[in-house]
Design a protein. Structure first.
Length: 339
């Protein structure tokens, strides 16, 4: 089950008044999260037909008038990525042709984000391509969570609200009642150091960094630990767990260096290939992820814990709808400059 206890989200002190004026719709990629957001907002998900023709083409029809309305479409671009991306584009197009006043694409997980620059010749920059596709389809605004890199916001020529799942993860960890002097926040690689510094500040604990080398595509090798982790309870944080190679190799290295326990926190559980098997067999006490991407928890190892981001997204949607500040609610964004 996804944890939804409001007590672990002290940042969300402002209760959301039921707002039946919010026009909330959802694609098929994460219906459970969409329903949780609707429940938080005190509204319902609007009627819409989304189905496939026999050849795989996607058909969309909005079943109520949205003329002159502000519309919010919830659709993470997760596996199957291409299907869900195309579905989102077609849904946006349907609302544009239905004369919606504004269309906000709520994308808890922004697929194709990892290809955000050219690292060698003749490569595509798909994070920019997806931004262009969303704009061309007719989106007026994007609400995204934990983009792989902050620079992706600059790929858009429309408004982007970028929020983080950090409060959910840190508050869950604080409720474990572990003394700060027992903890170390560990970055699984140099690139995640800024993210880890944020968590270390919130948890009032020191930081350590793992020196990682990636010699092959989707294959990482952890080689050394910078910082004191012996006898400590280590917390590793990342935005995405894909094949889990980086996290599991890092966990094994930390254990070999004398770590007492190892916890892992990540926003997006992509969990492709051997990820689930690796996480189940790795020396990880608990892997804490969110529901930006749906998981069948009945098939997950016992050390995987999933928390809901619905309260955060609902607050952001309510503030956008009411023309209120989103950044003031998520003020920690300035502290968390993800590199």
């Amino acid at each position: 089950m996804v944890a939804t206890e409001e007590k672990i989200y002290p940042e969300l002190e402002r209760a959301i008044s039921p707002n039946h004026d919010i026009k909330l719709f959802a694609g098929r990629s994460n219906p459970q999260l969409a329903q949780e957001i609707a429940n938080e907002l005190g509204t319902t998900i609007g009627p819409m037909v989304v189905k496939n023709f026999s050849d795989g083409e996607i058909y969309v029809q909005v079943k109520e008038s949205v003329r002159g309305d502000d519309v919010f479409i919830i659709q993470p671009i997760c596996n199957p990525v291409n299907e869900n991306l195309m579905e989102l584009l077609i849904i946006i197009d349907a609302f544009k042709r239905a004369s919606a006043k504004s269309i906000t694409a709520v994308i808890p997980y922004y697929g194709y984000a990892r290809q955000d620059r050219k690292t060698s010749g003749r490569e595509a920059i798909t994070a920019k391509l997806v931004a262009d596709l969303l704009t061309t389809a007719g989106a007026d605004r994007v609400l995204a969570m934990d983009l792989h890199t902050g620079q992706i916001q600059g790929f858009f020529n429309i408004l982007v609200d970028h929020i983080f799942a950090a409060p959910i993860l840190t508050n869950y960890i604080k409720n474990l009642n572990i003394e700060p002097d027992e903890m170390v926040a560990v970055s699984p690689d140099m690139g995640g150091a800024n993210r880890t510094r944020y968590f270390a500040k919130k948890l009032d604990c020191p930081i350590a960094i793992i020196d990682k080398r990636r010699d092959k595509h989707n294959e990482a090798i952890a080689t050394n630990v910078i910082g004191d982790i012996e006898g400590k309870i280590c917390f590793m944080f990342d935005d995405i767990i894909d094949t889990a190679g980086t996290i599991c190799e890092a966990a094994k290295l930390l254990k070999s260096k004398g770590a007492k326990e190892i916890y892992v926190g990540a926003t997006h559980p992509v969990f492709s290939g051997p990820a689930i098997e690796r996480l189940g067999s790795a020396p990880i006490t608990e892997c804490i992820v969110t529901n930006t991407i749906p998981l069948d928890m009945s098939k997950m190892p016992s050390n995987i814990k999933q928390l809901s981001v619905a309260p955060l997204l609902a607050q952001a949607i309510a503030r956008i709808h009411d023309d209120e500040s989103v950044s003031s609610l998520f003020g920690f964004e300035k502290e968390m400059q993800v590199s």
